[in-house]
Write a protein that binds this ligand. Structure first.
Ligand code: FE
Length: 337
């Protein structure tokens, strides 16, 4: 009887050997170097072969859409809630239920049905040149529409999703009319026609083209940590000001993860999502990307600690994603190029 039971279990053993060559296909808008070591570790610990495809976020989403139900993608890794919501609206994601994810990711930083989860937080504060700006002049983002800031502000274009999400978050916090009027005044204070990325705004402040820039924290962090000394020297000249600390808190966004609608390896997808929220992964992932860990109790990197503590806005991220189109319209109306 015992032998029979043993023999019966043999096919199972064979099956589990096959399962050892399990795979997981990731479409990532994050560059390989900023994710690969963590995926290698996951791969080794779980005996799952990870295939990584990297590219620009919107291109990856379009690719998934055209692949349809034959898409090999199991996981989407991207930045900005605007894009996570875009992926959901395009029907590319599937809900994942996980007590682990729900426990460690604050409610406003995940989709209510589990269509996506935040993995890191990035903030979008004001960066200023201390020789030209007295921080006492600064308070909130709304105040940047005032006359004092004429020709002093650098920020990238309205086509950029970080700005779109920033405006969408304002539309959650304030009346639309308030945001619309503000945007018109704010745009009039631009020192130049928007061009380049966040790093270019930082450089423009140091070059004297403007006095303040609005940029994501990890750009300044990345420049400070850059082995190219010229970039580090530029970044060192700017200071971070956390706006709206008396009010709603500074605007934040997230990088996140979602399981693909037609994931051929759904079980492994959930396994990776939970792996990414472990304390160890959070520390590595946040620090490598110069972002803030989303999980409570995980220390922020020393470099980011140098920018000081701040109060973050408590806006539901999903709402920010949903308001993307309305935000684009508002910016357009304000003449934000
Ligand atoms: Fe970025």
């Amino acid at each position: 009887m015992k032998l029979k039971a043993f023999l019966l279990s043999l096919p199972l053993l064979v099956t589990s050997t096959v399962a050892l060559s399990d795979e997981l296909n990731i479409y990532s808008a994050r560059k390989e170097a900023l994710i690969k070591p963590l995926l290698d570790k996951f791969s080794e610990e779980h005996n799952i072969k990870v295939n990584l495809v990297t590219g620009k976020a919107d291109a990856l989403l379009t690719r998934m859409q055209s692949e349809g139900e034959f898409s090999p993608a199991d996981i989407i890794l991207t930045t900005d809630v605007g894009r996570l919501e875009r992926a959901r609206e395009m029907g590319l994601t599937t809900p994942v239920e996980s007590a682990v994810l729900n426990q460690h990711i604050a409610e406003n930083l995940r989709h209510r049905d589990g269509h996506w989860y935040a993995l890191t937080i990035r903030a979008r504060p004001i960066m200023y040149h201390p020789e030209r700006v007295n921080p006492e002049e600064l308070s909130g983002i709304l105040e940047l529409a005032g006359n004092t800031w004429k020709n002093r502000i650098c920020i990238r274009s309205s086509g950029n999703i970080y700005n779109q999400s920033m405006i969408a978050a304002m539309m959650v916090k304030y009346d639309e009319k308030v945001v619309q009027d503000w945007a018109s005044g704010f745009v009039k204070n631009f020192a130049r026609k928007p061009k380049g990325g966040d790093r270019d705004q930082i450089k423009a402040v140091v070059a004297g083209e403007c006095d303040i820039a609005i940029a994501n924290t990890y750009y300044l962090g990345g420049m400070l940590a850059d082995s190219n000394k010229a970039n580090a020297d530029i970044a060192k000249q700017l200071k971070v000001f956390w706006p709206d600390q008396e009010g709603e808190g500074t605007h934040i966004n997230v990088s996140g993860i979602a399981a693909a609608k037609h994931a051929p390896n759904a079980k492994n997808a959930k396994l990776l999502m939970e792996y990414m929220i472990s304390e160890e992964s959070q520390r590595w992932y946040a620090e490598t990307n110069h972002e803030y860990p989303v999980r409570d109790g995980v220390a922020t990197s020393e470099l980011l600690q140098g920018f000081g503590d701040f109060k973050a806005e408590q806006v539901p991220m999903a709402k920010v994603g949903e308001l993307n189109k309305a935000a684009v319209k508002l910016m357009d109306k304000a003449g934000w190029k």
